[in-house]
Design a protein around this ligand. Structure first.
Ligand code: SAH
Length: 211
């Protein structure tokens, strides 16, 4: 279903400088409409964020593609996602051949996505909890992606990133954030690249916003 819509979406992503074939192929294969409430299915391949219930959203496809491309992952990489939400971003990473670990703080969202992943045999390790403190047990990660807006960069996430790898996180106030891409040069030094004007729902937790 919706195959031609998915192809059109991928063409739009290419026009906006998404060129990583691993990312583009995943967008062809992952069926975004399955990650949405039934009533919104027909809007799934528009390049917009959409509500998924519980006050949360599925990110805009361009944003998912852009952030994923910025991680510069190689197949088999161990990736941590903060903010599982609908599971779409996690499913894109799984489709790309990554080992995915994803944390969600809201029980209802976590439970629904977990059931959906089981049903569809999407192989990712999901956890209920505060992602701002990372997932120590499986660190270090070859990439960390935060899909909610944070007031600052959580120290735990910088610690749990492997040397030479990237953390992609929106940082700013609650209305607008700068997409911040951090490369860990060695245990204590980082290079930072910033791309303005993104809008995410807030990252709530010990190293994020207060609830
Ligand atoms: N990646 C998701 C985007 C979901 S929106 C997708 O593809 O659909 C961001 C999600 O982050 C929300 O579900 C929200 O509940 C969750 N979130 C906010 N703060 C969090 C935290 N500290 N730890 C884990 N999840 C968090």
């Amino acid at each position: 279903m919706f195959e031609s819509e998915r192809k059109e979406l991928v063409e739009k992503l290419k026009e906006r400088k998404i060129s990583d074939n691993l990312v583009l192929d995943a967008f062809i294969r992952v069926e975004r409409h399955l990650f949405l409430p039934k009533a919104l299915e027909s809007h799934a391949y528009r390049d917009v964020a959409l509500p998924i219930g519980f006050g949360q959203t599925i990110s805009q496809p361009f944003t998912v593609a852009f952030m994923t491309q910025e991680l510069k992952l190689e197949k088999g990489a161990k990736v941590l996602e903060i903010g599982t939400g609908s599971g779409y971003q996690a499913a894109i990473l799984v489709e790309m051949g990554m080992r995915v670990f994803s944390i969600e703080r809201q029980y209802d969202i976590y439970a629904r996505t977990r059931e959906f992943f089981d049903q569809k045999h999407i192989q990712a390790l999901l956890k209920l909890g505060d992602g701002t403190i990372g997932w120590e047990e499986f660190a270090p990660f070859d990439g960390i992606i935060v899909t909610a807006g944070s007031p600052s960069i959580p120290t735990s996430l910088k610690k749990q990133l492997a040397v030479g790898k990237k953390l992609v996180i929106p940082v700013g106030d609650k209305n607008s954030q700068i997409l911040t891409i951090i490369t860990k040069v060695d245990e204590s030094s980082f290079i930072q690249k910033e791309i303005p004007s993104f809008t995410f729902v807030p990252l709530i937790g010990r190293e994020g916003w207060e609830s």
